[in-house]
Design a protein around this ligand. Structure first.
Ligand code: 3PY
Ligand code: MG
Length: 279
């Protein structure tokens, strides 16, 4: 880990004082992003607690609620978070835009962290991080009676704990962002960079082909650069072999496929194996 990454603001003391061998979900998402551990996540597009429960029961470490592209709104988050937390799954909201209010509201609902899409400048990254932290660290607006603060504004250290525990992950999914990714990753308060191969593929001239060899080559180099610098990385993988490849490259969090894709693939496969008489 570089000096630069060590000086960043830190998750709670418990997380900092534990070594790799004590890795477990009690460290929280932010704490786990600090360790050389690897987590498997999946995108949740369908706002049903049962889907979240199934993902966690199946062994996924984290669920990413996709407010950018899924049929999920901020109001869906509390029961979805409760469902994941009951099974020990970490909860992340991929928000839809760069509006401060969206970052704050997702955290108010009780997610463990946020992923912010399309971050491509240093100044934007700084502003977005501030939206996720209460003063004096940032500019997150406060109402203490929210789920994310245990509904109880009076809890001692509630705001410090919220600042220490909420993970902030910026998405790198444009060619301009790739160029400055290491500097974005060094910003105090950024816990990881999530590479978006789908949008990046479009920018590189291969729309809809996140597995195109040229796209994979660009991402491989980026991951190596970030890992060397001690910046935690996350990425979307469309399938298991892509997920395994990115884990082998040292990625901390691989978000593989999505609930909707898993369900339709299973339906198609099942349907394909059944042959009614006369068909
Ligand atoms: C991308 O790959 O562009 C993403 O946003 C991941 O879903
Ligand atoms: Mg994207």
């Amino acid at each position: 880990m570089t000096e630069e990454s060590q000086r960043r603001d830190s998750p709670d003391e418990a997380a900092n004082s534990h070594g790799v061998e004590e890795t477990s979900s009690y460290l929280g998402l932010r704490g786990r992003l600090r360790l050389p551990t690897q987590m498997i996540g999946t995108f949740i597009m369908i706002p049903r607690v049962e889907i979240v429960e199934m993902a966690v029961i199946a062994g996924f470490d984290a669920v990413v609620f996709d407010l950018e592209h899924g049929a999920i709104t901020v109001e869906d988050l509390p029961p979805l978070c409760a469902a994941a937390a009951a099974g020990g799954g970490a909860t992340i909201a991929r928000i839809a835009s760069h509006r401060d209010i969206e970052i704050g509201r997702a955290l108010d609902m009780g997610v463990d962290g946020v992923i912010v899409p399309h971050v491509s400048s240093i100044s934007t990254a700084h502003a977005l991080v501030e939206a996720a932290r209460f003063p004096p660290s940032g500019k997150r607006s406060l109402n203490p009676y929210v789920r994310g603060l245990h509904f109880a504004g009076s809890e001692p250290n509630a705001l410090d704990n919220a600042n220490s525990n909420a993970a902030f992950i910026a998405m790198i999914e444009g060619s301009d962002a790739v160029e400055i990714a290491a500097e974005i990753g060094d910003i105090n308060g950024i816990d990881g960079l999530f590479i978006g191969p789908v949008d990046l593929a479009g920018e590189l001239g291969f729309p809809g082909q996140p597995e195109h060899p040229e796209v994979v080559a660009v991402i491989r180099k980026l991951i190596a650069r970030l890992c060397e610098r001690g910046v935690a990385t996350a990425i979307y993988a469309p399938n298991a072999s892509a997920a395994n490849r990115w884990f082998a490259e040292g990625v901390s969090l691989v978000v593989v496929s999505a609930d909707s894709a898993v369900v339709i693939d299973a339906f198609k496969s099942l349907r394909g194996m059944i042959n009614p008489l006369g068909s």
